[in-house]
Design a binder for this molecule. Structure first.
Ligand SMILES: C[S@@+](CC[C@H](N)C(=O)[O-])C[C@H]1O[C@@H](n2cnc3c(N)ncnc32)[C@H](O)[C@@H]1O
Length: 250
């Protein structure tokens, strides 16, 4: 199958191996395009899952309805202001929730995800959401690309530089057990902890025209240890805001 080839994953039958600590993908039937829902499952004695990208329902839909619109912290951090809608490069797209909320608020978003598995989940979620009445306009504002965001940003033509680069790398989880959401645990299995996240900040500051916004747990240390010029602090999350850095010439 195409997906199995692209992701370099073996195809299994109906009963995936119960390998402790392993994960597998399932294509479950879905009414409407593309005909299946891509799901991530965790194998083992206490199997978990599935995780799939649901943009038109659940938490994301709730955030859209009650999240505070352009006044919410994410939107303010991304640079929405009265009369101003930013273009955004989401360098750590993940399951696409922040990308989707920003696009729903009107931003055009170039979303970059380096994990082929997470990208496939997101692509499938975007395809299914596109069939939901009223969401086609939002989806049209999102472009998803694969690869390392540092390379994508460095190669971006001058005319395509975004107003805002948004960074939300993984952050080592301190809470244990049930408190950690199932989704995050599965996610961590696949992508790890993004230990190289610090290197994204300087590239992002060269790429962004107006600002870089970094999402962190409220008490987490600064990305790359660099002091931000602004900060929006919420209940459990904060956004550190950095000014762009002009290209050094010569
Ligand atoms: C915490 S998640 C982002 C969650 C996302 N904001 C959301 O709303 O679903 C971080 C994601 O960034 C991706 N990532 C980390 N470093 C990256 C890089 N240099 N280039 C592209 N993707 C990266 C990881 O693979 C992971 O999927």
């Amino acid at each position: 199958m195409r997906l199995s080839r692209e992701l370099d994953l073996p195809l299994r039958g109906d009963e995936p191996e119960e390998e402790e600590g392993g994960w597998y993908l399932v294509l479950s039937p879905h009414d409407g395009p593309p005909g299946y829902r891509l799901e991530l499952h965790l194998a083992g004695r206490r199997p978990q899952g599935p995780v799939s990208v649901e943009l038109a329902a659940g938490g994301v839909a709730h955030r859209l309805r009650y999240g505070g619109g352009r006044g919410q912290d994410l939107a303010r951090a991304a640079g929405f202001a009265p009369g101003r809608v930013p273009s955004v490069l989401d360098a750590t797209a993940g399951l696409g929730r922040d990308t989707f909320v920003l696009a729903a608020l009107g931003a055009t978003v170039l979303a970059v995800e380096r994990s082929p598995v997470i990208r496939a989940l997101l692509e499938n979620g975007l395809q299914r959401a596109a069939a939901v009445p009223g969401l086609d306009e939002v989806l049209a504002r999102i472009r998803l690309v694969g690869g390392d965001a540092a390379e994508v940003m460095a190669a971006l033509p001058e005319g395509e530089r975004p107003d805002t680069v948004y960074l939300d790398p993984m952050y080592p989880e301190r809470r244990k057990g049930a408190a950690v959401k199932k989704e995050m645990r599965l996610f961590r299995f696949v992508v790890g902890d993004d230990p190289d996240a610090d290197r994204l900040l300087p590239v992002a500051r060269h790429c962004a025209l107006r600002r870089v916004a970094v999402k962190r747990p409220r008490l987490a240390p600064l990305l790359a240890g660099v002091e931000p010029q602004g900060r929006i602090v919420g209940r459990s999350t904060r956004f550190d805001l950095y000014a762009p850095v002009a290209e050094v010439s010569g």
